[in-house]
Design a protein around this ligand. Structure first.
Ligand code: G1P
Length: 299
């Protein structure tokens, strides 16, 4: 039998967090539903996955997150009204959103950490490679540039190795991220590295590396075996980075440096920046927003 080229058709999006950094806004709506320009954060994350060829999205949810599922579902009364009024452009947009992917939800019943959240997706993902996209991290790039998840899927399909995104960070930000100790490739390619070790949220003195994990991964299915064995680590949580560190020793792993601008939209400042960047790139709003920003900085 011929070996089929690996394909990545599934993605896990952990979205079970309580959004405590964004209270009071997130008291009654999930942080993933906060709006960037005219669509919720989760829309952009799912769109990034879909643009990488992914068709099945596994949302790992907690309580009170039903609005996320509703966003990707049929809204009969609304669609009927729009059709009657002849508002076909909006209707078409809503139809595209509800058909963009199969959305499958699983509850993470206890907040045991990111590694545990990813493991909750195992019954759906099964024996296949899959992507992980953190539900409050947003990547912004020009329409002509490939999405971060697309770069990782391509790297995985080419090398057969789990591939994760990395980005450079300043000393003072090292302790906010998983950090990858990387080595250049013999080929001299500058945006791709071997990963030698990984550590979750170290002090800047505990690692020489300044390459952080921005929340985009493509894993071989073996990661589940390592997650099952991972004990609580930093902050008493089951850390994805710890399972990756073990997997890397046995299977190898690649890092791909991102060029996209990445925003932590689950934090008010990151959210405001992401809104401004996206508004500037918006085909209809971009030039007016730019003019307005120019005006306010000269006031
Ligand atoms: C998580 C991961 C960390 C990663 C970060 C990206 O941390 O554990 O390795 O660098 O996301 O935002 P969290 O931000 O959930 O504490």
């Amino acid at each position: 039998m011929l070996n089929k080229a690996p394909q990545v058709t599934k993605a896990i999006i952990p979205a079970a967090g309580l959004g405590t950094r964004f209270l009071p806004a997130t008291k009654s709506i999930p942080k993933e539903m906060l709006t960037l320009v005219d669509s919720p954060i989760i829309f952009y994350v799912v769109e990034e996955a879909v643009l990488a060829g992914i068709s099945d999205i596994v949302l790992i949810q907690g309580r009170g997150k039903a609005a996320i599922e509703d966003f990707f579902d049929v809204s009969y009364e609304l669609e009927d009204k729009l059709a009657q009024r002849g508002e076909l452009a909006v209707l078409d947009r809503l139809n595209r959103i509800k058909n963009m992917a199969n959305i499958i939800s699983i509850r993470q019943k206890q907040p045991l950490g990111l590694g545990h959240a990813v493991l909750c997706g195992k019954p759906i993902v099964g024996d296949e490679p899959f992507a992980v996209l953190l539900g409050d991290e947003v990547m912004v790039q020009k329409a002509t540039e490939p999405s971060v998840t697309k770069l990782l899927v391509d790297n995985f399909c080419r090398t057969g190795l789990s591939s994760v995104a990395v980005m450079p960070v300043a000393d003072e930000d090292v302790s906010k991220y998983g950090i990858a100790n990387v080595e250049p490739m013999d080929s001299g390619v500058t945006n791709e590295f071997h990963i030698r070790s990984l550590i979750e949220k170290p002090k800047p003195t505990e690692t020489q590396s300044r390459w952080a994990l921005p929340g985009r991964y493509v894993f071989d299915t073996q990661i589940f075996e390592f997650l099952e064995k991972t004990k609580p680590g930093k902050n008493g949580e089951i850390q994805l980075t710890d399972a990756m560190a073990q997997m890397l020793l046995k299977c190898g792993m690649r890092a791909v440096a991102i060029e996209s601008r990445r925003f932590d939209a689950g934090d008010p400042l990151g959210f405001i920046k992401a809104n401004i960047e996206m508004a500037l790139l918006h085909p209809e709003l971009g030039s007016e927003v730019k003019a307005y920003l120019r005006e306010i900085v000269t006031r």
